[in-house]
Design a protein around this ligand. Structure first.
Ligand code: SF4
Length: 755
């Protein structure tokens, strides 16, 4: 922490001069997002006014975070580089692999047993490469980051989509794929399309049942699940300052549901108080000293329409609690309208289970307000009519909630505490009866509610609300219960009302000591990486071979894909995710969802060596093992979807040398380039139709491969005829080096061999 504090101090000390230079070059007032983005440029000499939503810019984040599912392949790739330590502070969090079934203690024991080989690998790799390792049970990645690492003005990437949670502490924090995490850990730049900026001015003050969660539930409804795409949402105004730091984190966390790159609040007193309460007063003092650089310029706040790409105002005093869902987080209904909406849409109103907690809503404020609802309900002789579950975001918050009597209150109404992990939020909830696919309703304070996300049952109608509303609904048992106006009948037959919740943003007796982090040991370099040779889930990676220095000849066509080909078609999720640390095993899903142009079938392609139709991975392996490699052809926007790095590693592993398409989804194209697969596009899209099923393909011109050059594809048809056509590419000088070295990581590996 001392070492990290020194880094943070250096960042702050340099900030005034950086901002001065940025202002001089841009010659206008700056939003907070611009201050933070421009002060993290990888190449400070490239300080020009970037076009928002258009220019791709290289940044240098301060920190990397990974959860246990995404960290596996990221660390395996990091090992390939031969580096001894990560280039920026990083942490790994064991939270996603814990199944919620029988309560915290049992579930944690089961998870440690079931995932021991993954945890052993992660902890050994973290120790060796100087990464903080957070044990299973310590908490959920985003809560831990907020409690320990986030700092105002910083920039972080995290291999998880709710990384923006740290925006509650004034950080630009973006969810990325594992490939980006590897780049930054190895000292490479991190590329991002310079985002547009949505300004949201919050005025007034929350009151009654309304909470920070309702701010983002309302905004999700306004922006929809796409409205924030390629934008940062920046909050300001007296209303923003009135929210607690953890409330701000909730808003930023669920901002991911609008598709936003991230969300951010300017530094204020609530952040200073939270930093001090979590043992980081020195950081708080520095942030106070430099606060003018950690907020938007006054000129921006007084004329926001001029400086933001989109601009809204929300009066918190008028904000009504919302319930969002079912099946999508942007279907926002104020509680007062839920009766009408539920009836109109035929939603089941009996709530089977109500769940609070998760990385989104586990703050002291959340738990204390939910507990106050329970306390008042108990004193009014009410009982919970729905099942009630609690998923604390971290051990720190669980322990404090227990110490301050909240857990005791929850258990009095039958609440069950799950492990400090993702559990029901990510389908890791073994819910009794969910296999029966019964139509039912649940309500939770998490962030996503797509079909099957919580319990795997497509007929579970999941709704999202604040912890206090979820708790009130658990007591009423009805989705349509509006605690502001409605009364309940208690166990004595009396009509009673639940009073407005009360809570505190920080624990009066302070937080306890953080537990569960294994810091790297002083002799860490001697650490052996633990991977069992017969492991099905983990496998060491071999560096990919460098380019042979000549044109490519006689490559059989592997598959010509018809129509849409997303990263899901290329590397399916679901069942296969358990192999995400084992490239050979997960490669058995390569392209199994893609449609073969020649027979309209998935996972059935011609093996030119045998004349048989076989699954894609099997044929690719046969070509690779015969020494020839292969070529893939595709149509428009090839590789759209998630930024999953496996979709680029698998073809490389299976010997695919080139992918020729009408157009690429940009991230997938870059990922393929990084892995050393040649990516080219048809100069004339009609040439796609010239490729025949039994073609052998040559790729010519590689000795003159340079930015802007064209290459030639020669098709050797099996009837002896030959056709040639030009293909274009988007490689720059650096990316051509990746291709020649066999992968981007090989460049770093080679450099490390030389030093
Ligand atoms: S609690 Fe849910 S949203 Fe948060 S990190 Fe875990 S799975 Fe993701």
């Amino acid at each position: 922490m001392i070492q990290e504090f020194e880094k943070i101090k250096t960042f702050y000390d340099n900030l005034p001069e950086r901002i001065r230079r940025i202002k001089k070059n841009l010659n206008r007032p700056l939003t907070l997002s611009e201050k933070l983005l421009y002060s993290h440029l990888f190449d400070e000499s490239r300080l020009v006014s970037f076009n928002r939503g258009l220019d791709y810019v290289d940044f240098t984040p301060d920190r990397v975070a990974m959860q246990d599912a995404t960290a596996q392949m990221a660390l395996l790739q990091f090992m390939v580089t031969g580096k001894e330590s990560v280039s920026v502070p990083a942490s790994v969090h064991c939270d996603h692999l814990i199944t919620a079934r029988s309560g915290a203690d049992e579930d944690l024991k089961s998870a440690i047993k079931a995932n021991s080989e993954v945890y052993d690998f992660l902890s050994s790799a973290c120790n060796k490469y100087d990464i903080d390792f957070w044990e299973p049970g310590s908490g959920i990645i985003h809560q831990i980051i907020l409690e320990n690492y986030a700092f105002p003005g910083g920039m972080m990437i995290g291999a998880d989509s709710h990384t923006p949670n740290a925006g509650g502490l004034g950080m630009i924090a973006v969810g990325v794929g594992g490939a980006d995490a590897v780049d930054v850990m190895t000292g490479m730049s991190w590329e991002l399309k310079f985002p547009g900026i949505i300004g949201i001015k919050l005025t007034g003050k929350l009151n009654g049942w309304a909470s920070a969660k309702d701010v983002i539930l309302k905004i999700s409804g306004m922006l929809t699940v796409k409205g924030g795409t390629d934008h940062i949402i920046e909050y300001f105004g007296d209303g923003a300052e009135s929210l607690s730091c953890t409330g701000k984190a909730t808003v930023c966390n669920m901002g991911a549901e609008t598709g936003a790159t991230c969300s951010v609040f300017g530094f204020d007193n609530s952040m200073a108080e939270y930093l001090a309460a979590t043992g980081r007063k020195k950081v708080a003092d520095l942030a106070k000293k430099y606060s003018e650089y950690l907020t938007a310029d006054k000129a921006v706040c007084s004329d926001p329409g001029k400086y933001y790409d989109k601009y809204f105002e929300i009066d918190l005093s008028e904000l009504e609690p919302h319930i969002n869902g079912p099946f999508t987080p942007d279907r926002a209904t104020p509680v007062s309208l839920m009766k009408e909406e539920a009836e109109k849409n035929g939603w089941p109103v009996d709530v089977k289970t109500a769940l609070i907690g998760s990385c989104t809503n586990s703050s002291y404020e959340d738990i204390s307000r939910a507990a106050s609802v329970v306390r008042d309900a108990l004193s009014e002789k009410l009982v919970a009519r729905s099942e009630f579950k609690i998923t604390p975001g971290s051990e720190k918050i669980r322990a404090v909630a227990e110490r301050d009597g909240f857990m005791d209150l929850f258990s009095k109404i039958g609440g069950e505490v799950f492990a400090n992990a993702c559990g029901p939020c990510i389908g890791q909830w073994t819910r009794k009866g969910s296999d029966n696919k019964e139509v039912n309703t649940i309500i939770h304070s998490f962030n996503r509610n797509f079909a099957k996300r919580a319990d795997g049952n497509p007929n579970t109608h999941a709704f999202i609300a604040s912890p206090e509303i979820v708790t009130a609904i658990a007591i009423s048992g009805k989705l349509t219960f509006n605690p502001i106006t409605d009364k309940l009948i208690n166990s004595e037959g009396r009509e009673v009302r639940i009073p407005e919740p009360e809570g505190l943003s920080l624990p009066p007796k302070g937080f306890g000591i953080t537990e569960g982090c294994r810091k790297p040991e002083p002799n860490r370099k001697k650490q052996e990486i633990i991977i069992a040779t017969d492991s099905e889930r983990l496998q060491l990676l071999e560096p990919f071979k460098e380019w042979e220095g000549s044109d490519l000849y006689n490559l059989p066509l592997l598959i010509k894909v018809k129509g849409k080909c997303t990263t899901d078609h290329i590397s399916m999720a679901g069942f296969w995710l358990k192999y995400r640390g084992h490239l050979e095993n997960i490669s058995e899903n390569y392209m199994i969802g893609a449609i073969n142009y020649f027979n309209d079938q998935s996972n059935s392609i011609l093996n030119q060596l045998t004349g048989e139709y076989d699954p894609v991975p099997q044929v690719a392996r046969a070509y690779r093992n015969s020494g020839s490699g292969s070529v893939v052809a595709g149509e428009e926007n090839f590789g759209e979807g998630s930024s999953r790095e496996h979709a680029a590693m698998e073809p490389r592993f299976l010997g695919v040398r080139a992918v020729i398409v009408k157009s690429f989804a940009r991230i997938h194209e870059t990922n393929l380039k990084k892995q050393g697969v040649l990516t080219v596009t048809f100069a004339d899209n009609n040439d796609f139709y010239k490729i025949k099923e039994r073609d052998r393909i040559d790729i010519l011109g590689l000795n003159k491969f340079s930015p802007g050059s064209q290459l030639i594809v020669r098709l050797n048809h099996d009837d002896g005829t030959i056709e040639e056509f030009p293909v274009t590419h988007s490689y720059n000088e650096t990316q051509i080096k990746w291709f020649k070295a066999g992968s981007a990581l090989n460049i770093i590996r080679n450099a490390n061999k030389l030093t």
